[in-house]
Write a protein that binds this ligand. Structure first.
Ligand SMILES: Cc1cc2nc3c(=O)[nH]c(=O)nc-3n(C[C@H](O)[C@H](O)[C@H](O)COP(=O)(O)OP(=O)(O)OC[C@H]3O[C@@H](n4cnc5c(N)ncnc54)[C@H](O)[C@@H]3O)c2cc1C
Length: 570
C-alpha cells in the first residue's frame, strides 16, 4: 500500500511554496499574502516549538512589524530593555544605552525581549488574518526543477498515514533553518566556523536585585555569565560558557550548575535559582551561504546564515531577508516586474548577513577573551572609547540594525544634478550622507489639513512604495509642479506608489490642487534629516529602504528608474 502511494503521489500546485514555518517563513508568507500572492507554508513539525530561543527584537524589525500591523501585540507582550550592563566582578565596566537613539529618530529606542514562540504566534495569527495557514507534518524531502516550475516532494504524515505529495510550485523558498535541505540540494556552501567554547542556558526564576529592564553580563577572568529578563513570566534567561570536563562533553545544565556559576562568576552567593522551564547546551557557529538564489529557488533566514546569539541578530536578520524578498517576489508573481528584479535579493542580503556575522563574532570574542593582554586592551582602550556618546551611538545603531543599507545594490540610484551625473555606488560606499539604499529616516510631521501629529513611517504603512516630494517653502505654483508629478505617477503605477508632498508649515491644502497625502514639516526637520533641498524626490521601497533620490525632481530620471522596476512606459 505504502509503495503504491509513493508511486502515485498526491499532486497539487501553488504559486510559492515556503518550506519552514519558523519566524522567517511566517514573515515571508504574510508579506506575500498581503500582496495577494497565493502561497503555501509547510513544516515538518507537528506543532510549533514552545521554547524561548530568540529573545531580542531590534528597533529596525519593530519598524517592519509596525508596517505589517503586529507591532502593538509585540510591544504589549514584550519587555522593553533599555540598557546592557557589563560587569567585571562588582565593577561596572561598560554600559550601552538604547536611549542614545532619540525618539524622533526611531519610535522604538529599546530592544524588545519576547520569547521566539510568542513572536511566531503573532506572525502566525497575522497569517491567519490574511487567509493563510501552515500545513504541519509535511516535510520537504526533495525537489527537482523544470523550466517554469519546481516540483517539490513532500512527505505528509498529517493524516496518521504516510502520504507522498508532489507540489508543483512556480517558486520555492527554503526557510528550513540551519540544516536546510533546500540549501544542501542546491549545493550551496555554508562556510564559517565555530567557537571552541560550549555554552549552557536556562530559563529560571531568580528573586534578585537586578532590574528587569536591563540585561547583564559578568566577565570573570576568561569566562562569562549572562542574564536577560523574560517578559510576563518574570523569569530570567541565564547563559554561561563552560569548560568541558577533561576535553569531553560539557556538563549537563542544571540548577545546581548555574547556582555554582552564579556564585563563582558574579560573586552572588545569596540568590536562589529555581523552576527551570528550559535547560539547554549549545555551541556557537557562524556560517553564511555563498548565494541566496538559484533560478526559481531561494533561501532565507537560518537556511542562509547562522551567527552567535550574542548581539541578538539571527532571527532579526532572517526577518529582514523575508521582508526584502516578499515585495520583490510578489511584484514578479503578479506580473508587474521583470524576473531580473530578483537578482537584487542576493546582492542586498548576502552582504547584510556577512556584516551581521562579523558584528556578532566581534561581540562574542570580546565577551570571552582568553588572552590577558587582549583583555587589558579591551578594558583600557576599547571600553573607554565605547563609553563616549559618539561611539556608543554608532554601536547601538548598528546593533539595532538601523545601519543596514543597500547602497551598492543594482536597485539603488542617487541622482544629484549638481554633480551632473548619476552617482556610482562605488563613489559613495562608506559615506555618511543619505544615499539610495539607506533606511529611510523616520521623523515627526503633521497632516496639513488637520494639523494632526504623525510620523513619516506611520504614513508609509502598507505594502506599497512611497514617494516623498519635498517642496520646502516654495510657492504654490512651484508646489503645483510637484502635484502634477504626483498625478502622473498615479496614472502610471496606480496604488503601487503612494505620493506624499512635504511642505513647510506655511503652506495649506487650500493653495493646492491636490487630494493626496500632504504632510507639513514644521521647521523643516524632516527635510534636514533627508538632506532634502526644496524640489527633491525620495522613492522609498516597501521594505523601508530608499530606492531612488533625485535632486531636483526630474520626471524623466524618475520614469527611467520606475521602468527598471515596473516595466512601464508612458
Ligand atoms: C539560545 C538562542 C538564542 C537566540 N537569540 C536570538 C536573539 O535574541 N535574536 C535573534 O535575532 N536571534 C536569536 N537566535 C537565533 C534565532 O533563533 C534563529 O535565527 C531563528 O530561529 C531563525 O528562524 P528561521 O525561520 O530561519 O529558522 P527556524 O526557526 O529554524 O525554523 C525553521 C523551520 O523549518 C522547519 N523545517 C526544517 N526542515 C524542513 C523540511 N525539510 N520541510 C519542512 N519544514 C522544515 C522546522 O521544523 C522549523 O519550524 C537565538 C537562537 C538561540 C538558539
Amino acid at each position: 500500500m505504502k509503495e503504491m502511494e509513493m508511486n502515485h503521489p498526491k499532486r497539487s500546485e501553488t504559486g510559492v511554496l515556503i518550506a519552514g514555518a519558523g519566524p522567517v517563513g511566517l514573515t515571508l508568507a504574510c508579506e506575500l499574502r498581503r500582496r495577494g500572492v497565493a502561497c503555501r507554508v509547510i513544516d515538518k513539525l507537528e506543532a510549533p516549538l514552545t521554547t524561548s530561543r530568540a529573545l531580542g527584537i531590534q528597533s529596525r524589525v519593530l519598524e517592519l512589524f509596525d508596517n505589517m500591523g503586529i507591532v502593538e501585540r509585540v510591544l504589549e507582550k514584550g519587555r522593553r530593555v533599555f540598557d546592557t550592563n557589563i560587569y567585571e566582578g562588582e565593577k561596572l565596566l561598560f554600559c550601552y544605552h538604547f536611549k542614545v537613539l532619540s525618539a524622533s529618530e526611531v519610535p522604538y529606542p529599546f530592544i524588545i525581549e519576547l520569547p521566539q514562540d510568542m513572536t511566531e504566534r503573532f506572525l502566525y495569527e497575522k497569517l491567519l488574518e490574511l487567509g493563510g495557514t501552515v500545513e504541519r507534518m509535511k516535510e520537504l524531502t526533495d525537489f527537482r526543477r523544470e523550466p517554469d516550475a519546481v516540483i517539490a516532494t513532500v512527505h505528509d504524515t498529517s493524516t496518521g498515514t504516510e502520504v507522498a505529495e508532489e507540489i508543483r510550485a512556480r517558486w520555492l523558498v527554503g526557510c528550513d533553518g540551519a540544516h536546510s535541505l533546500v540549501r544542501k540540494r542546491l549545493g550551496f556552501t555554508f562556510e564559517g566556523n565555530l567557537f571552541p567554547e560550549q555554552f549552557v542556558l536556562a530559563d529560571v526564576d531568580m528573586d534578585w536585585k537586578w532590574k528587569p529592564n536591563k540585561q547583564y553580563y559578568w566577565l570573570h577572568r576568561d569566562t562569562l555569565f549572562m542574564a536577560q529578563p523574560l517578559p510576563y513570566s518574570g523569569q530570567w534567561r541565564i547563559m554561561a560558557d563552560i569548560d568541558p570536563a577533561d576535553g569531553g562533553a560539557a556538563p549537563e545544565p542544571s540548577v545546581e550548575l548555574f547556582q555554582r556559576l552564579l556564585a563563582e562568576r558574579t560573586g552572588d552567593k545569596r540568590t536562589v535559582i529555581s523552576n527551570p522551564t528550559w535547560l539547554s547546551t549549545f555551541r556557537i557557529h557562524w556560517r553564511t551561504t555563498d548565494n541566496y538564489r538559484s533560478g526559481r529557488v531561494f533561501l532565507a533566514g537560518d537556511a542562509a546564515h547562522i551567527c552567535s546569539p550574542f548581539g541578538a541578530q539571527g532571527m532579526n536578520c532572517g526577518i529582514q531577508d523575508a521582508f526584502n524578498l516578499g515585495w520583490k517576489l510578489a511584484l514578479v508573481v503578479n506580473g508587474k516586474a521583470p524576473v531580473a528584479l530578483l537578482d537584487s535579493y542576493t546582492a542586498e542580503r548576502l552582504p547584510a548577513a556577512r556584516d551581521i556575522s562579523e558584528l556578532t563574532q566581534s561581540i562574542t570574542n570580546l565577551l570571552i577573551l582568553k588572552n590577558p593582554e587582549e583583555q587589558d586592551e579591551r578594558d583600557h582602550v576599547l571600553v573607554p572609547l565605547l563609553n563616549q556618546r559618539r561611539y556608543q551611538y554608532m554601536l547601538v545603531r548598528r546593533i539595532a540594525d538601523l545601519t543596514v543599507h543597500y547602497r551598492t545594490s543594482p536597485l539603488s540610484r542617487t541622482y544629484r544634478a549638481r554633480l551632473e551625473e548619476e552617482i556610482l555606488p562605488s563613489m559613495i560606499a562608506g559615506r555618511h550622507t543619505l544615499y539610495a539604499g539607506d533606511r529611510a529616516p523616520d521623523g515627526h510631521c503633521q497632516h496639513s489639513e488637520t494639523g494632526e501629529k504623525t510620523r513619516l513611517h506611520r504614513e508609509f504603512r502598507g505594502p506599497h512604495f512611497n514617494i516623498l516630494l519635498f517642496a520646502g517653502d516654495s510657492s504654490a505654483p512651484h508646489i503645483n509642479k510637484l502635484v502634477r508629478i504626483g498625478r502622473r505617477l498615479h496614472a502610471l503605477v496606480g496604488d503601487e506608489v503612494k505620493t506624499h508632498i512635504v511642505v513647510n508649515d506655511r503652506c495649506t491644502r487650500h493653495d493646492l490642487d491636490w487630494n493626496g497625502s500632504l504632510l507639513c514639516d514644521p521647521g523643516n526637520k524632516l527635510a534636514e534629516k533627508y538632506g532634502a533641498p526644496a524640489d527633491s524626490l525620495y522613492l522609498i521601497r516597501p521594505d523601508g529602504h530608499i530606492a531612488f533620490i533625485s535632486h531636483p525632481v526630474e520626471w524623466v530620471k524618475l520614469l527611467t528608474y520606475l521602468d527598471s522596476i515596473f516595466r512601464i512606459t508612458e
